[in-house]
Design a protein around this ligand. Structure first.
Ligand code: MG
Length: 260
């Protein structure tokens, strides 16, 4: 069942989203060679809990052991922060976090460079973010889930990359994962029609090489099957008559309201 959110409920999700936006503003200065992913996890956990009432949404979710997901290079998503995982110059670090505040969830992800990265890594990050923004721009009332997926897929594939198909975006609200599913591929006009009041997470995972992924024996970490790198960007957005509103937008970085 897809629940439409009232303007007041969307504001509540935006308050959770604003905590994430501030976290994502603060993370880059900690992303450097020699830092462990466990240190980044602790930083995020404390940052979120410092906000009255806010909790890291992923801690314990389906049994996930840490507060945020950190996935490096060929790791696509759901990487488990670890003391032994030390960042190196040139790594790509995908940082995925959720916040629960006053009973409402928001979810976002950014891929950061660790120090200087090669040109192809830079391009992979830029294209993945562009694919996310193209998907967001397509999320207007009357458009379909397939239009969103198509916009994401077209952007990624036009650049010579592939989109992960085994993992999808999702609705969000009182729960961290609600209906509908939001695939990063699709055909225009297919799937359910979007309506004002839907709140969804658009989160392309874009691979340098082939789209296939597999899960490591830790039962969490998803990696590319071909071992090449992957990037991940995600925003929580509200479908609105005037255009999509990004509820996890970083001021000065992301389009503030209607994405263009
Ligand atoms: Mg998500």
């Amino acid at each position: 069942m897809i629940t439409l959110k009232t303007p007041q409920e969307i504001e509540a999700i935006a308050r959770a989203g604003a905590v994430l936006a501030r976290l994502f503003e603060a993370v880059p200065e900690h992303v450097r060679p020699g830092t462990t992913t466990a240190q980044l996890d602790r930083f995020a956990d404390e940052f979120i809990r410092d906000v009255s009432g806010a909790r890291p949404a992923f801690k314990g979710l389906y049994g996930f052991p840490k507060s945020v997901c950190i996935s490096v290079n060929e790791e696509v998503v759901h990487g488990i922060p670890a003391e032994r995982r030390v960042l190196k110059e040139g790594d790509l670090l995908s940082f995925d976090a959720g916040v629960r505040l006053d009973g409402w969830y928001a979810d976002a992800a950014i891929t950061y460079p660790v120090g200087e990265v090669d040109a192809e890594a830079e391009r992979l990050m830029q294209v993945t973010r562009a694919a996310m923004l193209a998907g967001i721009a397509a999320a207007t009332p009357g458009q379909h889930i397939g239009d969103v997926g198509h916009a994401v897929q077209r952007t990624a594939e036009a650049a010579g990359f592939s989109v992960v198909r085994d993992l999808v975006g999702h609705g969000i609200g009182r729960g961290p994962h609600e209906e509908p599913q939001v695939p990063n591929f699709g055909r225009p006009g297919r799937g359910i029609a979007l309506e004002a009041g839907m709140v969804i997470c658009i989160e392309p995972m874009v691979n340098e090489g082939r789209s296939e992924v597999r899960t490591l024996p830790d039962r969490w970490t998803v990696i590319t099957a071909d071992g090449r790198r992957s990037a991940h960007f995600e925003h929580t957005i509200a479908v609105q008559v005037g255009g999509p509103v990004i509820l996890t937008a970083i001021p000065g970085v992301d389009p503030p309201g209607a994405a263009g």
